[in-house]
Design a protein around this ligand. Structure first.
Ligand code: KPL
Length: 300
């Protein structure tokens, strides 16, 4: 039986933990101090069924980490490096890591730290809302894409387990282009909804068209420096489709700003600005969005 740890007990971490448990593998849900959480957690699924789980327990933090076959990291983008460096000394040399967060960038630093361990990257569009610390409501189904990044490949048994446990999940051979496409969606929707205090659907208004087009134009140019070829028209079609499909959603960045929490802007539009800077590509639209979000964050 595989031993899986999930580091980060936010909405995505809790949701994946419930899904693995329903598939018959009870994971360890770890807080950022790497302590296994023992309180019961509830999930109300898309059919309105409420299920309460007691996650796997362990009193010995070091032994637990050392026995994991897979550590799924579901903390916010800006917490990933600290989370990985905190966990690594306790992990066995064969433990595989999976990063699942919004934005891009941390994997470059993580890959250099792994000491021969394998790294998988992923993205999920499953929607979940925390009603309370231990009480989660799934708000939408959505695609989850996973794919190999570096080092040894994920063991076939773990891959099969994840794909069967997470509804709407798929393995992709080229994960980076998939993550860039998700980045395009987040770079358009997240800052604009947070700055204007609006739901995703309101971005269909003409008033936002020029900014969305500017974000995508700059993103396509920056992506090319990384060997990623994207088409502005198809990205735009995808962004407007997500705007339509998630019309009633409050984006994760809007929720962060509403709750006065640090946002993931630096791993989304900020990643584009810093890559652009490195390659002498101007990114005025993305830079303006980053500046506007930083201004909001300074008021917290
Ligand atoms: O991923 C999202 C987010 O809010 O972070 C989208 C797809 C924009 C849905 O709200």
């Amino acid at each position: 039986m595989s031993r899986i740890g999930i580091l980060g007990a936010g909405a995505v971490g809790q949701l994946i933990a419930h899904q693995l448990a329903s598939a018959g593998t009870l994971p360890f849900l770890l807080d950022r101090q790497l302590t296994a959480i023992t309180e019961p957690y509830s999930l109300t699924d898309l059919n309105g069924n409420r299920n309460t789980l007691n996650f796997a327990k362990s009193n010995d933090k070091q032994a637990l980490l050392g026995e994991l076959d897979l550590l799924i990291i579901t903390v916010k983008a800006y917490q990933v490096i600290d989370a990985v460096t905190g966990a690594l000394p306790g992990l066995s040399p064969h433990c595989h890591l999976l990063l699942l967060h919004n934005g891009l960038g941390p994997h470059e630093e993580v890959a250099a730290l792994l000491d021969g361990r394998g790294l998988t990257l992923g993205t999920t569009s499953q929607g979940a809302l925390r009603l309370g610390k231990h009480d989660l409501k799934q708000t939408g189904s959505g695609l989850t894409q996973l794919g190999h990044c570096t080092g040894p490949a994920m063991a076939p048994g773990l891959k099969t387990l994840l794909l069967s446990a997470i509804p709407g999940s798929e393995w992709v051979e080229a994960i980076l282009p998939a993550l860039w496409q998700k980045l395009a969606v987040n770079a358009c929707i997240n800052p604009l909804t947070a700055i204007h205090g609006i739901c995703n659907g309101e971005l269909a208004d003409n008033a936002y068209q020029a900014t969305i087009a500017g974000v995508l134009r700059e993103l396509v140019e920056v992506a090319r420096t990384q060997g990623i070829e994207l088409q502005e028209e198809s990205l735009s079609a995808r962004v407007y489709e997500v705007i339509r499909l998630t019309a009633a959603n409050r984006s994760s960045m809007r929720q962060d700003v509403d709750h006065k929490r640090k946002t993931e802007i630096d791993a989304i539009n900020g990643y584009l600005v810093s890559l652009g800077h490195r390659h002498s590509i101007a990114t005025p639209t993305n830079r303006a969005l980053v500046d506007a979000i930083h201004t909001l964050e300074r008021r917290f």
